[in-house]
Design a protein around this ligand. Structure first.
Ligand SMILES: Cc1cc2nc3c(=O)[nH]c(=O)nc-3n(C[C@H](O)[C@H](O)[C@H](O)COP(=O)(O)OP(=O)(O)OC[C@H]3O[C@@H](n4cnc5c(N)ncnc54)[C@H](O)[C@@H]3O)c2cc1C
Length: 548
């Protein structure tokens, strides 16, 4: 048993009925920080987590090449300076095992584990309005009651395997990137099919290609990917960063994506000459990273003509890397402006298509008809495979919440309330669901930021709110219908002023058949969002209704 596994087993819950001050659902970065802050307020709390370990995303997504797209020095908690000074990240971008090690270290360092109940999926959360009390039940019989419930269930925590006909007949093994076996998978000598070319697909494809006998990549739509330029941590960069940590963390709060170190561009792409633009994009391509590239000019996400210049630059790069022109053309995205779907970062992704053992299959023009006993059948061919990997993403942003039976008394469930798409006030609370907070919920910047910044900002706000309620003797809080309606309208107006809604992305739920098309994250920028949340609190929690 590894160290981590041993600790996992020790901290499994025992099915007792618990009376608490707050219940936290989800044991990822969000849930653990929630627990830490709640304890700081002197409140009793427990975290319920489906998995057999803490870590959330970084516990589940163990596929080859799984890695953070935000640089290690940024993608970490800011709440404790000793922690950020002492932790050493070995690479520019953290790998999944490294980030999971970090999260486990945090759980031990802050003695969080004793209040985390593992292997416990929350199946229902019901609020009793008379007692102002949530009752939460898990799939293994735990019952917990508390006046407050904090949903830290994650934006990308509900893996989605498409409903392919015949999947149960497949004689080989199949995997989903977000439910990867802990013991790893040995693809050597196998004929492997990867379905999906989003962030996870782009990260795993080069590594699976290197191991497999043959790799077929089934691509429905091409995504833009930029080179990560990963490498060992530069010690000078690390030292400078650590010396400047407090200032950098504060500066991150003043940025749109919650990441400091990228001066906001002041110029339009259309004001630059083609030569200037090429030189700029070339430098950004060489530097690596997505924020830096999208920060080449100030209008890449709001002006189609400006965006076209950046999109075409990357398409040309793909054409220059991939030797077969037909394959290059298939890999060059043409259905969305760059940056309007999650922009991938890769190491040798496009180069992988020059390998003799890799074949790109265009399932946009010839869709997958069924999974057979021996592989995949598309409209015009059959592919024999020993293993299939679904890199098909998640029911993003609302999936985990919709799976829980959340209701107030005998009222409608949250899933029913959100049948037309999620409605929240600030992505923090839902009208009609008192005393339930959502960490990085839909309607907040969430997935459009460095998410640990967003998590800390949300939980800090929630902790301040709980303290303010206690000081005023209040027991109940929820947003007013008007505040929620105005916020939803504002989130939509901001999105409509950008190019984001043009893409069929998971930001609008396009990867889930039947999911209402609503732009879910707030894209007005993290800085503006935080100022709004702060102003709401300063104005006596404007838009919220508190009662005794
Ligand atoms: C492959 C991948 C790469 C990513 N890369 C980046 C990146 O580069 N930068 C970035 O900022 N973000 C990235 N993210 C987003 C990442 O999810 C967040 O950065 C962060 O880990 C979110 O933490 P969280 O605690 O909010 O959610 P999660 O880490 O998703 O944790 C939620 C937890 O809640 C649990 N849960 C859900 N429902 C229930 C239930 N009913 N009962 C009990 N437990 C439940 C889940 O099991 C999960 O463990 C990436 C995500 C993925 C999937």
């Amino acid at each position: 048993m590894s160290d981590v596994q041993e600790r996992e087993a020790e901290s499994a819950g025992d099915g007792r009925e618990l009376q608490l001050d707050a219940i936290v659902v989800g044991g990822g970065l969000g849930g653990l920080y929630a627990l830490h802050r709640l304890r700081g307020l002197g409140l009793t709390a427990r975290v319920f987590e489906t998995g057999s370990g803490v870590g959330g995303t970084w516990f589940w997504n163990r596929y080859p090449g799984a890695r953070c797209d935000v640089e290690s020095m940024e993608y970490s908690y800011a709440f404790d300076d000793d922690l950020q000074q002492e932790w050493k990240w070995p690479e520019r971008y953290g790998t999944q095992p490294e980030i999971l090690r970090y999260i486990n270290h945090v759980a031990d360092r802050f003695d969080l584990r004793r209040d985390v109940i593992l292997n416990a999926r929350v199946v229902s959360a019901v609020f009793d309005p008379a007692r102002a009390m949530w009752t939460v039940r898990t799939d293994r019989g735990d019952v917990a009651r508390a006046p407050f419930c904090i949903m830290a269930t994650g934006n990308l925590s509900t893996p989605r395997v498409p409903d392919f006909k015949g999947i149960e007949t497949f004689k080989g093994r199949w995997y989903h990137s977000g439910l990867w076996p802990h013991e790893g998978v040995d693809f050597s000598g196998l004929r492997v099919g990867v379905i999906g070319t989003g962030s996870s697909g782009v990260q795993m494809i080069p590594l699976i290609a290197a191991a497999a006998k043959h790799l077929h990549v089934f691509q429905r739509t091409a995504n833009f990917s930029l080179p990560a330029r990963n490498g060992p941590m530069d010690l000078e960069i690390e030292q400078t960063h650590k010396a400047e940590y407090p200032a950098r963390r504060a500066a991150a709060y003043e940025t749109p994506f919650g990441i400091a170190g990228f001066p906001p561009p002041v110029k339009s792409a259309l004001e630059a000459t083609p030569e200037e633009r090429d030189a700029k994009y070339e430098a950004k391509w060489a530097e690596g990273g997505s924020i830096s590239f999208l920060y080449s000019y100030n209008d890449l996400l709001v002006n189609q003509a400006a965006n076209d210049t950046a999109s075409e630059f990357v398409r040309d790069k793909i054409r220059s890397i991939v030797r077969d022109p037909a394959v290059a053309e298939l890999l060059a995205p043409k259905d969305h402006p760059i940056g309007t779907k999650r922009l991938c970062l890769d190491t040798n992704y496009y180069e992988t298509y020059n390998r003799d053992n890799v074949t790109l299959v265009d399932v946009g023009s010839s869709p997958i008809q069924e999974i057979t006993a021996t592989g995949v059948r598309t409209a015009d061919a059959e592919y024999e495979l020993d293993a299939i990997v679904f890199a098909t993403g998640f029911d993003a942003m609302t999936g985990a919440l919709r799976e829980i039976d959340i209701r107030v008394g005998n009222g409608p469930t949250l899933a029913e309330t959100w049948a037309g798409g999620p409605v929240t006030y600030l992505g923090l609370m839902v009208s009609g669901f008192p005393n339930m907070f959502t960490i990085t919920g839909p309607g907040s910047p969430s997935v459009k930021t460095q998410m640990i910044v967003a998590i800390e900002q949300h939980m800090d706000w929630i902790a301040d709110c709980l303290a303010a309620m206690r000081a005023r003797g209040m027991r109940r809080i929820e947003p007013s219908v008007e505040a929620e309606r105005d916020w939803v309208r504002h989130v939509n107006e901001i999105a409509d002023g950008t190019l984001y809604p043009l893409a069929n992305s998971w930001y609008v739920g396009a990867n889930i058949p039947g999911k209402p098309r609503v732009f879910m994250p707030y894209v007005g920028g993290f800085a503006l969002y935080k100022k709004t949340c702060d102003a709401v609190a300063e104005n006596g929690y404007e838009g919220f209704v508190m009662s005794r």
